[in-house]
Design a protein around this ligand. Sequence first.
Ligand code: ATP
Ligand code: MG
Length: 398
Amino acid sequence: MRVLLFTGKGGVGKTTAAAATAVLAARRGLKTLVLSTDAAHSLGDTLAFEAGPEPTECVAGLFVQQVDAESRLTQSWGQIQGYLLSALEATGLDRLRAEELTVLPGAEEVLALLEVRDQVRSGRWDLVVVDCAPTAETLRLLALPEALDWYLSKLYPIERRVVRALRPLLGEAVGIPLPRQPVLDAAERLHESLLDVQEVLQAPTTSVRLVLTPESVVVAEARRMLTSLALYGYRVDAVIANRVFPDGSDPWLAGWVAAQREQLAEVNDSFAPLPVHRGLYRAAEPVGPSSLVGFAEAIYADTDPFAVPASQDLLEVERTPGGFQMSVALPLAQRQDVDLARVGDDLVLSVGGRRRVMALPSALRRCSVAGAKLEGGRLRIAFVPDRAQWPHGQGAHP
Ligand SMILES: Nc1ncnc2c1ncn2[C@@H]1O[C@H](COP(=O)(O)OP(=O)(O)OP(=O)(O)O)[C@@H](O)[C@H]1O
Ligand SMILES: [Mg+2]
């Protein structure tokens, strides 16, 4: 069972690469599902096939699905939203404002990932290929399960206890309806599902393929994305440089070829040791299964696009003579962009404005951060046991 997610800046060829990879997989005998979490229906257009909300066979062994994010949203969030609405309205807020407040940012895409999870867990497929929405959306959505988890795990138990204790009192006194058990259950189910989504996306058999075109602006964004993906615990296993111009004698084309050559060299250096596959700029749009399979064969050449990559540890904790070292993979991160804070039992790591809250393993909770350095594409954080702050074994009571 393998999961491949295709992401990158808008318009670089994510949908084309995802569809092409899926067609190739089916040709090679893998039972494949390709689905899109993007509300735009371009996956169907690319495959020249009318995709519906349920997996439908497009060519032998290849099923296509256009996730109906809206109905998933109603399914998972509707009940909770309904409660929030009534609670907010009871406080005197008008309906429109209340509705605004209960809309989860990026929720549709996140909930589309629930469908990905269901399909992966169904055991029906050898390969699930996901055509993601453009960069910014995807990143936000990849971060959301963890952010939600953090908020819910901190707030939820407290709220639940308060609600139970106060239900008989509060309900009457303030006139604010309290959430009933089904609402609480729905919130808990959503929470658990999102954690499961995260588990699926971070599994060693799940890889992200970064699609880019060899242009400076696109490459710069892809570099930042590589860092952010590692920050969130997602493994990138290859880069696809698409729309590479073939050599030619036309002076306009020669200019582009030279500029792209420079960018491709930079891509090779930046993303090493990841393989960089190249897709030529074709004379026509690669649309339809037979055109796509040719595109995929050219991209992957003689490599195996479905092999599970050698595992890389994104997060490691090891003992050192002075305590522990925790290291987090952060390829291409710049020192000035990295920020680290300890908040209770959590470590908050920010890189270029993106944040990840990591629960510290129990051994590290009784330690302090003694320093951190970026080295070999990893952030290495030194932890020392709290006692070490007071020399001569005096402990916390000198
Ligand atoms: N190598 C190529 N040669 C020629 N045309 C290409 C190539 N790759 C993609 N295209 C065409 O470029 C357009 C954009 O590609 P595609 O839809 O795959 O990009 P995308 O990254 O999914 O875009 P979006 O961000 O809007 O989802 C399509 O019309 C596609 O057929
Ligand atoms: Mg697309």
